[in-house]
Design a protein around this ligand. Structure first.
Ligand SMILES: Cc1cn([C@H]2C[C@H](O)[C@@H](COP(=O)(O)OP(=O)(O)O[C@H]3O[C@@H](C)C(=O)[C@@H](O)[C@H]3O)O2)c(=O)[nH]c1=O
Length: 180
């Protein structure tokens, strides 16, 4: 597995080894031993799967008391996936990274606990899968505005408006959001 660092030291991209043959392909999407050997001791407790039409933006989500680390990937379609460092006191507080994850590039991104996470779907029928290190807790979760100008994420929207949930439409700026 290839590990690709990003400009945010704790966020990394993984490129699994893909074995193709006449039948199709095979790859390991999660192997505790292999990740551990690379320095990632991860203990996942929940797997999630969402499907979206093109132009859906989910995020930017986080949990306060029980932050979730997420290993995210796409098995159908493509997304622009974003992690924002919202750890108070961090050298990279407020900084973001955006990466295209697709069924074609088979890349995964590690979003560490303490980061807000979101993604924009680039194709209809995008299936997004992720493993989480903490259970979902709706009472603990928060959402930061996707278009917060102090974060300044360059979403590849080409002038169109994203489709948001009611919750995400009502999200506050990073500054106005109560952080851990
Ligand atoms: C996230 C989640 C939602 N749900 C329920 C609550 C709600 O009725 C329905 C849809 O929830 P949401 O609108 O929050 O789903 P969604 O906007 O897809 O939320 C996800 O967004 C991405 C960006 C993340 O990083 C995830 O951690 C998660 O927050 O599913 C669960 O039962 N378990 C879960 O773990």
């Amino acid at each position: 597995m290839k590990v690709i660092p990003t400009k945010l030291p704790d966020v990394v991209i993984f490129e699994p080894e893909v074995f193709g043959d006449d039948r199709g392909f095979f790859m390991e999407s999660w192997n505790r031993q292999s990740f551990s050997a690379l320095g990632f001791e991860l203990d996942f407790v929940q797997d999630n799967h969402s499907r979206s039409v093109s132009g859906v933006l989910r995020g930017l989500h986080f949990q306060r008391r029980k932050p979730q680390g997420k290993l995210v990937r796409v098995v159908s379609g493509a997304v622009f996936d974003v992690a924002v460092d919202i750890r108070p006191g961090s050298d990279t507080f407020g900084k973001w990274i955006g990466v295209e994850l697709s069924a074609t590039n088979r890349r995964m991104m590690w979003v560490p606990p303490g980061f807000a996470h979101g993604f924009l779907t680039l194709q209809d029928g995008t299936d997004f899968l992720y493993k989480c290190t903490q259970f979902y807790d709706p009472a603990d979760e928060g959402s930061i505005r996707w278009d917060d100008s102090t974060i300044g994420i360059e979403w590849p929207l080409n002038g169109s408006e994203p489709t948001l949930s009611t919750k995400d439409s009502a999200a506050l700026s990073l500054k106005a959001t109560q952080l851990p």
